[in-house]
Design a protein around this ligand. Structure first.
Ligand code: NAD
Length: 297
C-alpha cells in the first residue's frame, strides 16, 4: 500500500480520496476548505496543514482542482521540487491542454513522471469508484498511475502523450454538448409536429438518429430511461460544467485552427442558458427548457 497525497477534496476529489483510503492506502489530504478536510478525515484520510506537507514523502500525488490556474499554482508552489522526485504525479482535474502539457513538461524537467488523467462521470461515479479516466503521458508514467486510477474508476484508458487525456475529454464533451442541444431541439420540434415523445423516442432509438444524449440521457421527463429530467433536472452534470468544458474545447480548437461550428454554437447556447438565464446549477439537459421557451429562472 502506498502513501498518497491528495489535493482538492471537493465534490469529486472527496469521493476519490475516500476510495483510495478504503483500498488501504495512507491518504494524506489537503484542501483550502475546512469542511472538505473534515469530511476527508471522517472518510479515513489523514489531514495535512498544507499542500507541501501533504506531498512530503508521497509515493503518488493526486490532484482534483477546479481549473488550470489552480493546477499551475499547486504544482509550481507545492508539488514540483517538494514531493520526492520518485513520486508519480496524477492530475485528474479538467483543464486546458496547453497548461496540462506545460506542467507535465516542468515536472519531467525536474525528474518526475506525471500524467493528465481527467475523468468522465459525475459525483456519484466519484463516490462509487466507477469513473472513466482518460490518461495522457508516457507509457511508463501511465503504467505507474494505472493501479491508483483503477481503485477510483471502472475504466482507465491511455489516450496518448502529455495532454492527450485533456484533449480526449474536451473532444468528447464538445460532442456531448452539441448532441444534447440537437436532441433537445429535435424533441421540441417533434412534439410541435404532433408526435408523441415516447413514440418518437422508440422510433429514433432504432433509427439513424439515435445517440447517447437521447437513448441514455433523454432530456424529457417520462421518456426513455430514468434521467435527471425525471428529477427536475437536479443532480447529473451541471450546465455550468458543460459550459466550462465547451470553453476549453473552443480554446483548444482555436489553438490548432480546427473549424468547429457546432461546438461554437453549443458554447453560445450554454452561455445563454447557464449564465444569462441562470441555469448553470441545473443538469445540462435542462437546456431543453430554454429551447421550448418554458425556462423561467
Ligand atoms: P469543486 O469545486 O467541488 O472542488 C475543487 C476543490 O479544490 C475545492 O474543495 C477547493 O477548495 C479545492 N481547491 C481549490 N484551490 C485549491 C488549492 N490551491 N489547494 C487546495 N485545494 C484547493 O470541484 P469538483 O466538482 O470536485 O471538480 C473538480 C474537477 O473535476 C474540475 O476540474 C471539474 O471540471 C472536473 N469534473 C467535475 C465533474 C462533476 O460532476 N463535478 C465531472 C467531471 C469532471
Amino acid at each position: 500500500m502506498a502513501r498518497i497525497a491528495f489535493i482538492g477534496l471537493g465534490n469529486m476529489g472527496g469521493g476519490m480520496a475516500a476510495n483510495l483510503a478504503k483500498a488501504g492506502h495512507e491518504v494524506v489530504a489537503f484542501d483550502l476548505a475546512e469542511a472538505a478536510l473534515a469530511k476527508a478525515e471522517a472518510n479515513g484520510c489523514t489531514r495535512a496543514g498544507s499542500a507541501a506537507e501533504a506531498v512530503a514523502n508521497a509515493e503518488a500525488v493526486v490532484t482534483m482542482l477546479p481549473a488550470g490556474k489552480h493546477v499551475r499554482q499547486v504544482y509550481e508552489a507545492s508539488v514540483i521540487g517538494t514531493a520526492p522526485s520518485s513520486a508519480i504525479l496524477i492530475d485528474c482535474s479538467t483543464i486546458d491542454v496547453a497548461t496540462a502539457r506545460e506542467e507535465i513538461g516542468k515536472a519531467e524537467a525536474k525528474g518526475y513522471q506525471m500524467v493528465d488523467a481527467p475523468v468522465s462521470g459525475g459525483i456519484a461515479a466519484a463516490e462509487g469508484g466507477t469513473l472513466t479516466f482518460m490518461v495522457g503521458g508516457t507509457d511508463d508514467a501511465f503504467e505507474r498511475a494505472r493501479p491508483f486510477l483503477e481503485q477510483m474508476g471502472k475504466a482507465v484508458i491511455h489516450a496518448g502523450g502529455a495532454g492527450a487525456g485533456q484533449a480526449a475529454k474536451i473532444c468528447n464533451n464538445m460532442l456531448l454538448g452539441a448532441s444534447m442541444v440537437a436532441t433537445c431541439e429535435t424533441f421540441v420540434m417533434a412534439q410541435r409536429l404532433g408526435l408523441d415523445p415516447q413514440t418518437f423516442f422508440d422510433i429514433a432509438s432504432k433509427a439513424s438518429g439515435q445517440c447517447w444524449s437521447m437513448t441514455t440521457y433523454c432530456p424529457l421527463p417520462g421518456v426513455g430511461p430514468q434521467t435527471p429530467a425525471d428529477r427536475g433536472y437536479e443532480g447529473g452534470f451541471a450546465a455550468a460544467l458543460m459550459l466550462k468544458d465547451l470553453r476549453l474545447a473552443m480554446e483548444a480548437a482555436e489553438s490548432v485552427d480546427a473549424y468547429t461550428p457546432m461546438g461554437a454554437h453549443a458554447e453560445e447556447l450554454y452561455t445563454r442558458f447557464a449564465e444569462s438565464l441562470g441555469g448553470g446549477g441545473k443538469d445540462f439537459s435542462a437546456i431543453i427548457k430554454m429551447l421550448d421557451d418554458s425556462w423561467h429562472a
